[in-house]
Design a protein around this ligand. Structure first.
Ligand code: NAD
Length: 287
């Protein structure tokens, strides 16, 4: 039974995962090598808590319990010593994930389960960095974690049924719906999202329509909640380009990144985080 969850990496995703885990009733440790990332995660979690009270998703008297179940740490080794489940959410770099998984394996109890929040990388490979590949799986959360309803659970080659059942139960307790899929590059969601986002860039490059017209067509004609350019600007055009490069390498020509997307990234137009992507957010009416 899972009681304690350690989340490694307190960035955009890790802080959200720590929040939903605490609200789901788990004792949570959120770890980062960066003190400033931890400070910013604490502030963000406080903001989400205040909004949850305002919107009546949490009662004021529940907030103390959620706060008390969250602790923060800067040392991975110590923070996993008593964990039942570790969820890794460090940046999408193979060498970094490898070293984090090796430390997790060396320091966590032998019956602890490991999940990775990777968007594209292989949970089978992460399993191979450990002596417990049957207990390693991907739990793919979506941004913003506290709002998005799905966790895409991706089994690696060696992942056993017990691990699938355990993480499904944890995700359900976090208030999430789940799908369980087998590993293949891009899973289900990253693969479709990359394809749609890339195709939209090709249309823009070909002069089919303006970003506003293309986004409006996809939202109202296909019932997507966000247009592909709005979404690309939110997740970051650099992240989108990296995913496409990976999928192009693994799955071939259909994922070749659009030259216009590459041009935007070279120019530093990365999306909301830099103030400009496909849209310009320095104009207050767009943000
Ligand atoms: P991020 O850059 O916002 O946060 C990563 C955090 O990890 C940083 O705070 C960094 O200081 C910390 N970190 C780096 N090395 C560390 C180490 N050795 N030990 C502990 N902490 C360390 O990244 P993110 O957007 O939260 O992405 C994290 C993972 O989630 C990636 O694998 C990404 O592909 C995946 N993901 C991201 C999104 C998204 O929309 N951002 C969506 C789904 C999945």
């Amino acid at each position: 039974m899972i009681k304690t969850v350690t989340v490694i990496g307190s960035g955009v995703m890790g802080r959200g995962i720590a929040y939903v885990a605490a609200v789901g009733g788990y004792q949570v440790t959120l770890v980062d090598i960066s003190e400033s990332a931890i400070e910013s995660a604490k502030k963000e979690i406080e903001k989400i808590l205040s909004k949850a009270i305002e919107r009546k998703k949490l009662k004021a008297e529940e907030v103390g319990g959620v706060r008390a179940s969250l602790t923060y740490h800067t040392d991975i080794a110590q923070s996993v010593e008593r964990a039942n489940l570790v969820i890794e959410a460090v940046p999408e770099k193979q060498t970094l994930k490898k070293s984090v998984f090796e430390t997790m394996d060396a320091c966590a109890p032998s019956d602890c389960f490991f999940a990775t929040n990777t968007s594209t990388m292989s949970p089978t490979e992460m399993g191979s960095y450990t002596n417990r590949p049957e207990k390693v799986i991907a739990m793919h959360f979506f941004n913003p974690v506290h709002k998005m309803p799905l966790v895409e659970i991706v089994r690696g080659l060696e992942t056993n049924d017990e691990t699938v059942n355990i993480v499904q139960e944890v995700a359900t307790n976090m208030g999430k719906e789940t799908v369980v899929v087998n590993e293949f590059p891009g899973f289900v969601t990253s693969r479709i999202s990359a394809m749609v986002g890339n195709e939209a860039f090709y249309m823009l490059q070909e002069g089919v329509g303006s970003p506003e017209e293309i986004d409006k067509a996809i939202k109202l004609g296909l019932n997507y909640p966000m247009g592909p350019f709005e979404l690309g600007d939110l997740v970051g055009l650099d992240a989108r380009l990296n995913n496409l490069k990976y999928l192009h390498e693994k799955l071939g020509e259909k994922f070749r990144p659009c030259p216009l997307l590459e041009k935007y990234v070279k120019a530093g137009r990365l999306g909301r985080k830099t103030g400009k992507g496909v849209y310009d957010y320095t104009d207050a009416t767009k943000s």
